[in-house]
Design a protein around this ligand. Structure first.
Ligand SMILES: C[S@@+](CC[C@H](N)C(=O)[O-])C[C@H]1O[C@@H](n2cnc3c(N)ncnc32)[C@H](O)[C@@H]1O
Length: 265
């Protein structure tokens, strides 16, 4: 892997629920959204390949799915286990420390569905890594199984290359304010990369402390991902926004149907 995101996610894991306007509402939405995608598809066994602090895995377990939750960040896995315990589903999720590219040796296939939401796929920087990850997801699925990819569509950002993106303000129980915003840096590459510099500002109204944490993305468009999906043994079922991001749903084809594009991307 060319992009080690663990220092960033380990550092922000304890704050991660504050990166959502309302964590409980977000968990509920994610669970219901995935349940509607999975409806009537014969799905019981689900791999969350980038579980983070469990915003998809935990509600899926509460809804009765059999969930394996993988993530490379130890900090995020610790947070996910804590939240799963609070929500009474700690025994119902198998947590595994793994990045996408090592999943084949870390989890037991086949799965009925693989999900990776929250813009984890664009943390892979190289074409080769993205292609390999999608082929691994394909190998982990049964024929007819679903892959759900949730990501920011960087097509919307790549032309304007915004530098400043406001985040959220929370009032903490101790009376402190917790404020976030991003400053992005764009590099032409190759590959083109976008660095998110996340500023976390905390204080009591008169004195504040600021921490800056940085993580790198490959600013992929969902159209680029769909081309690679077709080359990796998937049919595209849908590509729609939910409240947070674009969501591509793809189905594993039978082996003989895999498309090969005669051009190089
Ligand atoms: C923004 S979080 C998303 C977590 C959660 N799915 C959500 O929607 O909030 C991105 C996650 O991707 C994980 N990640 C980063 N690189 C990865 C890789 N190469 N393979 C698997 N997961 C990765 C990070 O550790 C992090 O937990």
């Amino acid at each position: 892997m060319t992009n080690d995101t663990n220092p960033f996610y380990d550092a922000v894991a304890q704050h991660y629920t504050l990166f959502f306007r309302d964590w409980e509402t977000q968990m509920e939405r994610e669970g219901l959204g995935l349940r509607s995608i999975f409806r009537n598809q014969g799905i019981t066994r689900v791999l969350d390949a980038s579980c983070g602090s469990g915003v998809q895995s935990i509600p899926l377990a509460k809804l009765g799915f059999n969930v394996t939750a993988a993530d490379p960040s130890e900090g995020m896995l610790i947070r996910a286990r804590e939240i799963a315990a609070d929500q009474g589903v700690q025994g119902k999720i198998a947590f595994i420390q793994s990045d996408f590219l090592n999943l084949l040796s870390n989890v037991q296939a086949p799965f009925d569905a693989v999900i990776t939401k929250g813009s984890a796929l664009p943390h892979l920087l190289l074409d080769q890594e993205i292609e390999t990850a999608l082929r691994i997801f394909n190998q982990l699925l049964r024929v007819g199984g679903l892959l759900v990819i949730g990501m920011r569509d960087f097509a919307d950002m790549i032309e304007d290359r915004p530098r400043f993106i406001p985040g959220l303000i929370h009032e903490l129980d101790n009376g402190h304010e917790f404020v976030t915003f991003d400053i992005w840096e764009w590099e032409d590459g190759p590959p083109i990369t976008a660095t998110q510099n996340l500023y976390i500002v905390q204080g009591d109204g008169s004195q504040y402390e600021t921490v800056k944490r940085s993580v790198v993305y490959r600013p992929l468009s969902t159209d680029e991902v769909k081309v690679v999906l077709l080359e990796s043994g998937f049919d595209i079922i849908s590509d729609q926004p939910d409240r947070s991001e674009r969501v591509i749903v793809a189905r594993k084809q039978e082996a003989s149907k895999t498309y090969r594009f005669p051009f190089k991307r």
